[in-house]
Ligand binder design. Structure first.
Ligand SMILES: Nc1ncnc2c1ncn2[C@@H]1O[C@H](COP(=O)(O)OP(=O)(O)OP(=O)(O)O)[C@@H](O)[C@H]1O
Length: 264
């Protein structure tokens, strides 16, 4: 057993963050956040606009300079070679720009770059991973179409396929349901459950609170701080959610699911 795997088995932590502070445009927007995100679980990060959710996710992905310490699968993120990190951690950003001239297939193939040697052509394994990913998000039929010619939801499904094609242990997704219609939102949910059942770790920033409540764990943020972390089924988590949204929503048990409804 390698040291990293041993450490994962002992800690059961996919990502550990210690005393994270980060600034955007000379303004500190994350203030000393410490948290541990469990391995092989789905954690959703929620909170009001401007709470710092996307900024935190970028820090956890190693995409933003910060103070403090982030560990990925038991290893210090700062010390990880870029390619190793890119194989272990897959990223789907919010409103992500991508080359509109590339076909959906080629966009999904970008997810395989961390697995390929410099200038080497994709292997049969790379092609198989891309096909699996495009089929999983029902984007296979448009594989030959340019990204720029797809609707918002179709485009999002291609970008999701790119994130899946990495076949990383940890997937970070910022507003993955953006532009998806209800059936494809449900498909995303089922896909996340499959990933987690297969031992993967998923961390998502979500505004759709009823979807976020389907996760294993919830991280609640406000004002650049974590105000609560707990199981989605816990009453304390529901109260923290209602509080962070100024009691404008209520969490209810409906048909065996926890849902958030507006208080009107
Ligand atoms: N380039 C920037 N310069 C200064 N402040 C910024 C910059 N980008 C974002 N911010 C501020 O940082 C804070 C955190 O932003 P962030 O995008 O992380 O919030 P969020 O919780 O993801 O919000 P939302 O739910 O609206 O997507 C906000 O107050 C935002 O106004």
């Amino acid at each position: 057993m390698t040291a990293a795997v041993k450490s994962r088995a002992i800690n059961s932590v996919a990502i550990g963050a210690q005393s994270i502070s980060a600034s955007l445009g000379n303004v500190e927007v994350l203030h000393g956040i410490s948290l541990q995100l469990p391995l092989a679980r789905w954690t959703s990060i929620v909170g009001p606009n401007g709470a710092g959710k996307s900024t935190l996710l970028k820090v956890l992905a190693g995409l933003l300079p910060h103070d403090g310490h982030v560990a990925l699968l038991g290893q210090a993120m700062a010390g990880l070679p870029a390619k190793q990190r890119a194989r272990q951690l897959s990223w789907l950003g919010q409103n992500e720009a991508s080359a509109d001239d590339l076909t959906a297939y080629d966009v999904a193939m970008l997810g395989r770059l961390p697995h390929q040697a410099w200038l080497a052509p994709p292997s049969s394994h790379d092609h198989a991973a891309v096909e699996r990913a495009l089929r999983a998000t029902q984007a296979w039929d448009w594989r030959a179409r340019a990204l720029g010619q797809l609707s918002g939801g179709e485009r999002q499904r291609v970008l999701l396929a790119r994130a899946l094609a990495v076949e990383a242990e940890v997937l970070l997704m910022d507003e993955p349901l953006a532009n998806l219609d209800p059936p494809h939102q449900t498909d995303w949910l089922l896909m996340v459950r499959e990933l987690v059942a297969a031992g993967k770790t998923v961390v998502s920033v979500l505004h759709e609170i009823s979807f976020a409540l389907q996760a294993d764990e919830l991280v609640v943020m406000a004002g650049g701080r974590v105000t609560h972390q707990g199981a989605c089924r816990d009453a304390a988590t529901h109260r923290a959610l209602e509080q962070v949204f100024d009691h404008r929503i209520g969490v209810h048990d409906l048909a065996g699911q926890w849902v958030a409804l507006p208080k009107i």
